[in-house]
Design a protein around this ligand. Structure first.
Ligand code: CP
Ligand code: NVA
Length: 310
């Protein structure tokens, strides 16, 4: 992309895209997935390079972006805090200026959202949020895609969030607002979603419940995440006590709709935030969710680099 271009599109939080852009992306991801499953070669990103910067650990995000980029004909540069100047406090602005002169698109997994915002503000190329303390938009992109694939439109449905008011919960709330479903949230007290941070325009898209069982009643999708996210490890012992009642189990799933799905972004801790019976049971969509990261992110990279196709 040329210097000074003002029309760079980034994907830093779920609310960066409008509902109609999601309609396009979900359809496009379905097409890309179908062609991939049919072994059709599709390489629109030949000669394009993705830089992936990881300041936190990852399995799914790394594999899905890296495999997806190669499948589309491009190549990947992988940086971590330990093997780059990121761990040695080079100013983010400088890193963004340099990296974005050499690659076509950047994915970053880091701590504060402000770091990725700063990087994007100084980047000549699109930047994708691969998880921050505040948001995980690529995961919710995959989760909603998975819901639509298996159950149809998510509009008007109820999604139950059980557990920590973390990056996943924040992103689900933005998605509820944009895509028109209701989020039932149950978190222990002191771990609520920060609605001001999330910037929700429509308070009707969220209902809070003290009891995780009440939150699951009538839900079309029940979802949770680890009690202790990356970066919060020092709080782990305390969280183990506080979150003990926020474990998605068969009893909670029974309160949801009969055909409700269970989702978890993974990695999971069986016996903590979810019972083995639920995550390994028939309502669990977690493996499809994980695979779909790759398909939706291929659609996302194509959209950010080439715009709408067809
Ligand atoms: N769900 C997810 O982002 O997984 P990783 O931490 O393995 O990338
Ligand atoms: N909330 C978790 C998600 C991991 C994919 C974390 O931030 O560690």
């Amino acid at each position: 992309m040329k210097p000074g271009m003002s029309l760079i599109k980034h994907y830093l939080q779920f609310k960066d895209f409008r509902a109609e852009e999601y309609v396009y992306l979900f359809e496009r991801a379905a097409t890309i997935k179908k062609r991939f499953k049919n072994y059709e070669k599709y390489t629109p990103l030949v000669d394009r390079t993705l830089a992936m910067i990881f300041e936190k650990a990852s399995t799914r995000t790394r594999v899905s972006f890296e495999a997806g980029m190669y499948q589309m004909g491009g190549s990947v540069v992988h940086l971590t805090a330990g093997d780059s100047q990121f761990g040695r406090a080079e100013p983010i602005e400088d890193a963004a200026r340099v990296i974005s002169r050499m690659v076509d698109i950047v994915m970053i997994r880091t701590f504060e959202q402000s770091k990725i915002e700063t990087f994007a503000a100084h980047s000549r190329v699109p930047v994708i949020n691969g998880l921050t303390n505040e948001y995980h938009p690529c995961q919710i992109l995959a989760d909603v895609f998975t819901y639509i694939e298996q159950r149809g439109s998510i509009q008007g449905k109820v999604v139950a969030w059980v557990g920590d008011g973390n990056n996943m919960a924040n992103t689900w709330l933005q998605a509820a607002d944009i895509l028109g479903f209701t989020l039932h949230v149950s978190t222990p007290s002191g771990y609520e979603i920060d609605r001001q941070l999330v910037g929700i325009n429509n308070p009707a898209c969220v209902k809070t419940f003290k009891s995780p069982f009440a939150a699951c009643e009538g839900a079309h999708l029940v979802t949770t995440d680890v009690w202790t996210s990356m970066g919060y490890e020092a709080e782990n012992a305390e969280r183990q006590k506080v979150f003990a009642d926020w474990c998605v189990d068969a009893q909670m799933m029974q309160l949801a709709q009969k055909d409700a799905l269970f989702m978890h972004c993974l990695p999971a801790h069986r016996g903590e935030e979810v019972s083995a019976e639920v995550i390994d049971g028939p309502q669990s969509a977690v493996w499809d969710e994980a695979e779909n990261r790759m398909h939706v992110q291929k659609a996302l990279m194509e959209f950010l680099l080439l715009g709408r196709i067809g």
